[in-house]
Design a protein around this ligand. Structure first.
Ligand SMILES: Nc1ncnc2c1ncn2[C@@H]1O[C@H](COP(=O)(O)OP(=O)(O)OC[C@H]2O[C@@H]([n+]3cccc(C(=O)O)c3)[C@H](O)[C@@H]2O)[C@@H](O)[C@H]1O
Ligand SMILES: Nc1ncnc2c1ncn2[C@@H]1O[C@H](COP(=O)(O)OP(=O)(O)OP(=O)(O)O)[C@@H](O)[C@H]1O
Ligand SMILES: NC(=O)CC[C@H](N)C(=O)O
Length: 644
């Protein structure tokens, strides 16, 4: 039997788009003589419809649209994910279609309720062993804990989270008792660095443990704004890996197939581990794809960035250039520009000649392209595209240094982005003078340190917003997770913007990634920033302000953050862990850092609530709208910290 999975890049309740990609996948599968095709979880509506899943109309519309898909399934069995609402309860299901008929709906039994997932808010879990009937017009179909048969192969479902539960709970064991040979898993499993390894083990070990064939297909791309899907497709049999695709493709449909002969036994084998994932490369691909999808789905014309020459803004700039490099390498220049949605046919023709009307489904995947050196011609084409998609500005003050200016200017030139440079001292002086006049006293660094820092960061916002508005672009804000944790940012100043691409990753990782990008991606201009200490450059230069002097070493900040909010330890436990781990810092100093972290954390929840939408990239983040909820007003750990 020829099995296929198709990763789809969907958009919440964009029926036209979602049906088009589903149809495209089915057509590709038919052309490849596929017998059974698995599409991702909830691919008909999109996974990220949020509270709309609670409305009657969304599921009703999905069932209507499912009827259109029936006629595309002649000669093939297709699994299509959609919500079904029965008696005011919504179930997360996969419809099984064949030869124009709906055979039934398998329903998800375990709902994802951790990290970025809030499924129990929208869905009800389906009880194991039960079935019901749903009616539509004059037809009725079974729904629930079902098994199916195709070409004499019995198969059943685990829908995403179903497979992440302990062996005693998950459906697989019960499916085996019912004689199933194939488990199909349609998923919407969010990207996080290194997560592919966990998924690989899950699928391979299940195929081994249950002595079965396991077919897994994930969603693809930045579906709804924050969460990225890597489009992983896996097929395993009795511990053998039969198929694993390139992840994080820029294609809308990534179909992969493999033949399995169910009439012949395959002796079980121990699972061969994957090589350790390269997180720098993974992040590069995920960030590039996330930006591309966000830009085109928001119907924007590119990005504007206040480029300080420091680590955070340099990383954001490189990410846009990498979006162009990886996207053109996989899709080809013309198709990349067409999909970006903001280039005219004339612009595309000028850069690449006559536009190819049909995308090439067999173009190499992102892995092939990610680290290969570009020829000079493609490099120059990419720079021209980047000049349309990235506008940057250095906005200096008397506190800015030549080092950061050079870093910003050279990087923008190397990437091909537009670079402007102006100073904001006049505006800062204007505001300060107004307030001095109003208060009838001078503002000084001795009395008004933070306020004088913040006004500089804020004065940078209106100009860069104006530039973004006139160009119809998204303003990138450069905050990282470490800054977000301790509120080391000026609200409505350097937080101003419409997306925060790197707010999910910590500052230490940002610095390491930039060193990797200089060496592996060959961006030589990064040598400047890689030689700099992170600094806000908001105090007079002779003050030698650095982030780590204001706060604490970033590695330590990151460790405290993880212990406190990923491992969920108490302040006392965090301190005890640090004292055990850190041999070069005194316990008294560690106590100061722990106290500083927790008080800044609690005081700055309101800032995290106001960050621009951020991508989920690491195994956790501090965004209250995706991973980590925390009260805005609280006791602030006062007693816990006093007791340390
Ligand atoms: N719970 C709450 N809900 C709502 N608002 C609350 C609040 N608690 C305080 N506030 C208000 O917050 C305001 C203070 O916040 P805000 O004005 O943002 O400023 P603030 O947090 O006081 O200071 C900003 C910090 O970020 C650092 N910074 C700024 C800019 C750039 C960089 C860099 O790394 O480049 C670093 C700077 O060195 C300083 O340490 C006050 O007006 C206060 O009333
Ligand atoms: N001179 C400047 N010109 C333009 N933008 C600036 C300037 N200084 C600060 N900014 C903006 O404010 C943001 C916050 O500054 P921050 O210091 O946190 O980041 P960074 O300068 O990119 O990195 P680092 O902290 O490593 O120096 C910058 O990323 C940038 O968008
Ligand atoms: N959609 C889901 O059920 C996803 C949950 C699963 N734990 C994952 O992260 O992949």
């Amino acid at each position: 039997m020829r099995l296929a999975g198709a990763a789809l890049n969907q958009i919440p309740f964009d029926w036209h788009h979602n049906l088009r990609t589903i149809r495209e996948a089915i057509e590709q599968a038919k052309a490849a003589s596929v017998d059974l095709l698995c599409l991702p979880e909830l691919c008909l509506t999109g996974y990220g419809c949020e509270d709309l899943f609670l409305s009657d109309w969304l599921s009703a519309a999905a069932l209507e649209y499912l009827q259109q898909i029936r006629s595309w399934t002649d000669g093939i069995l297709v699994c299509v994910g959609l919500p079904v609402r029965i008696d005011g309860r919504t179930y997360n299901t996969t419809a099984v279609l064949r030869d124009g008929e709906i055979l039934g709906f398998a329903a998800k039994q375990f709902l994802a309720n951790d990290g970025v997932h809030y499924e129990p808010r929208f869905f009800n879990s389906w009880p194991a062993g039960e079935t019901t009937t749903i009616k539509f017009q004059d037809e009725a179909w079974p729904l629930g804990d079902l098994i199916f048969e195709h070409q004499s192969v019995r198969f059943g479902f685990e829908i995403c989270e179903d497979a992440w539960r302990p062996a005693a709970d998950r459906p697989a064991g019960r499916l085996m008792e019912r004689g199933v040979q194939l488990i199909v898993n349609p998923s919407a499993s969010h990207f996080a660095m290194s997560k592919t390894d966990v998924r690989y083990q899950l699928v391979l070990q299940a195929s081994r443990k249950y002595n079965c064939t396991y077919l897994y297909a994930n969603l693809l791309g930045n579906e709804a704004g924050r969460i990225i899907y890597d489009g992983e497709i896996l097929v395993a049999r009795n511990g053998h890996l039969l198929l694993r695709n390139q992840l994080l493709s820029f294609k809308e449909v990534d179909l992969e197939c493999v033949d399995v002969d169910f009439t012949v036994d395959l002796p079980p084998t121990d699972v061969v581990p994957l090589p350790a994932p390269d997180e720098y490369r993974e992040l590069n691909q995920a960030l590039s794809l996330a930006l591309f999808d966000y830009m085109r789905k928001a119907r924007s014309r590119g990005f504007v960035l206040s480029l300080s020459g420091g680590a955070d803004s340099c990383m954001c700039a490189v990410a846009v250039a990498e979006m162009v490099r990886l996207g053109t390498a996989e899709l080809g220049t013309a198709e990349f520009m067409r999909r970006a949605g903001c280039f005219t046919a004339e612009e595309i023709a000028t850069l690449v000649g006559p536009v190819a009307p049909v995308p090439d489904h067999h173009a190499p995947g992102p892995k092939d392209a990610s680290l290969s050196l570009l020829n000079q011609e493609q490099k120059s084409v990419n720079q021209k595209i980047t000049s349309r998609l990235l506008t940057t500005a250095y906005q200096g003050t008397v506190n800015s240094s030549d080092d950061t200016f050079q870093s910003a200017k050279e990087l923008a030139e190397e990437l091909g982005g537009i670079f402007f440079d102006w100073t904001i001292d006049e505006e800062v002086r204007g505001y300060v003078a107004k307030i001095e006049h109003a208060l009838d006293r001078p503002l000084t660094w001795q009395t008004d340190d933070l306020a004088l820092q913040n006004i500089q960061a804020r004065v940078r916002a209106p100009g860069i917003w104006l530039l973004a508005n006139v160009q119809n672009c998204l303003l990138l804000t450069t905050s990282n997770r470490s800054e977000a944790s301790v509120g080391y940012c000026t609200m409505d100043g350097d937080t101003a913007g419409s997306i925060s691409p790197i707010a999910g990753i910590d500052k230490d990782f940002v610095k390491k990634w930039l060193r990797w990008a200089e060496k592996e991606l060959g961006y030589h201009a990064l040598r400047h920033v890689n030689a700099l200490q992170p600094t806000a450059e908001l105090r007079p230069l002779e003050d030698k302000q650095t982030d780590e002097r204001d706060l604490m070493p970033y590695v330590l900040l990151n460790r405290i953050e993880r212990l406190a909010f990923y491992d969920r330890l108490s302040p006392r436990q965090v301190l005890a862990t640090l004292v055990r781990e850190e041999t070069t810092i005194t316990p008294e100093q560690l106590k100061t850092y722990v106290r500083r972290f927790y008080s800044l954390w609690a005081r700055n929840q309101w800032k995290r609530e106001r960050y621009a939408p951020a991508f989920h990239l690491d195994d956790y983040n501090v965004d209250p709208r995706s991973w980590l909820r925390f009260p805005i007003l609280s006791g602030g750990f006062t007693q816990e910290l006093a007791a340390l």
